[in-house]
Design a protein around this ligand. Structure first.
Ligand SMILES: C[S@@+](CC[C@H](N)C(=O)[O-])C[C@H]1O[C@@H](n2cnc3c(N)ncnc32)[C@H](O)[C@@H]1O
Length: 384
């Protein structure tokens, strides 16, 4: 039997159909990378996806989310305007309305913006007010009381000057959740990328039997996938779609990538770099070329620019296309990005996305343990 490559799947599964619905709320939802992972895990086990609320304050990712999850109630809005009460306070009027409209929630997921924590940014930005949005996830859990809460972020979130992880954990523990945190290397989940993320998992203690939330964060490593596995078939793609078009390159950058290809080098020597990128620096990957037989570096919104990282194609004088970047993030071909947003928006949306595999693996484990509801197994019909 020929098994289709999971990233080349062109037909979207009917995620909404199932014996029973898994109810998911996604905050800071972006284009829905986390939602997609949950939907895949649910679909694999016969459950349908129901999204009574997904929120992002930027219209462009919401448009992409809506195109891919047309039955979800996805709204353009600020999370703090839906969940506007203090931690520990009785629900505000807005929160009571949200709670009533959303109803019972199985899984609350969210990846608050992480620019303030990222090591790619200046370290003084660790007390960026955006970091406090992390605590809005704990507040949303207090209002909605989901069975399970997952907060995804960059690993540097643990160094945040506001101690948002410790504060969220303490608050969730007081609410009756068992909390575990972990730094996950996505390459071990089969993502062809050296991205690392931080996960906070909170499971309502009454659902755990004798277990602990930390049990679900012990992942079995998957085989490592290289770049060829993810995008090898797109090397010479003949397509007129915008998503398959690489960014325009300056003649200098074209010469740089061609030099790397011709000389079988992956790092550009100092004297070929622009003057501001020369010298003793740690950004050796800038102006670099990717290798077919390794995972890619972390995909950011700069994947279309040689100067923003190792984004030179392994064999072609160009940077990665949006299609290739989406594949490296783990989005299958059925996920629609085309013609919905501008090219700049597309780069930001793809770079910001969470690889679906993260939520897929975690949700799968929670479903198998019965912490999230699974459809009852129907007795076999006996013939007379
Ligand atoms: C890291 S991205 C989320 C990626 C997404 N979880 C996924 O799985 O693909 C963070 C998102 O939060 C949104 N955002 C930032 N601040 C927000 C706020 N206060 N309320 C709602 N959305 C916000 C941004 O527009 C961005 O799309």
């Amino acid at each position: 039997m020929v098994t289709e490559h999971p990233l080349r799947e062109r037909v979207r599964p009917e995620f909404e159909r199932g014996e029973q619905q898994l109810v998911v709320v996604d905050l800071f939802a972006g284009c829905g990378g986390l939602t997609l992972g949950v939907a895949q895990a649910a679909h694999e086990r016969g459950l349908g996806l129901q999204v009574p609320l997904a929120l992002d304050f930027d219209k462009a990712p919401v448009d992409v989310y809506r195109a891919n999850f047309p039955e979800a109630n996805v709204q353009v809005g600020a999370v703090e305007s839906y969940f506007d009460g203090d931690l520990g306070a009785t629900p505000t009027q807005t929160e009571s309305v949200t709670r009533q409209e959303v109803g019972e929630v199985d899984l609350l997921i969210g990846g608050p913006p992480c620019q303030g924590h990222s090591n790619l940014n200046n370290h003084t930005r660790r007390d960026d007010p955006k970091n406090r949005l992390y605590l809005r996830m704990a507040r949303a859990a207090e209002v909605l009381r989901p069975r399970v809460l997952v907060i995804e972020n960059v690993p540097a979130v643990v160094h945040d000057s506001q101690q948002v992880v410790a504060r969220a954990s303490a608050h969730l523990t007081a609410l009756g959740y068992d909390v575990a945190t972990m730094r996950v290397e996505l390459v071990k989940l089969g993502i062809p990328q050296t991205r690392r993320r931080h996960i906070l998992l909170a499971v309502r203690s009454d659902l755990l039997g004798g277990g602990a939330a930390s049990d679900f964060l012990e992942f079995e490593p998957e085989p490592v996938h290289d770049l060829r596995w993810a995008i090898g078939d797109l090397e010479h793609i003949d397509s007129t779609r915008g998503i398959d078009r690489p960014s325009r390159m300056s003649p200098e950058n074209r010469q740089r990538i061609q030099w790397l290809i011709n000389n079988r080098e992956v790092n550009l020597p100092n004297h070929f770099r622009p003057p501001c990128h020369r010298g003793d620096h740690s950004y050796v990957s800038m102006y670099g070329r990717l290798s077919w037989d390794l995972p890619a570096q972390t995909i950011t919104s700069g994947f279309g620019s040689m100067g923003q990282g190792r984004y030179g194609h392994p064999s072609q004088p160009r940077t990665l296309t949006p299609h290739e970047a989406a594949r490296i993030q783990g989005f299958p071909d059925f996920f629609q990005f085309d013609d919905i947003v501008t090219r700049t928006q597309l780069s930001v949306i793809i770079g910001n996305a969470v690889p679906p595999a993260l939520a897929r693996v975690l949700t799968g484990r929670l479903l198998e343990a019965g912490v999230l509801p699974v459809p009852e197994v129907k007795p076999l019909q006996r013939s007379a």
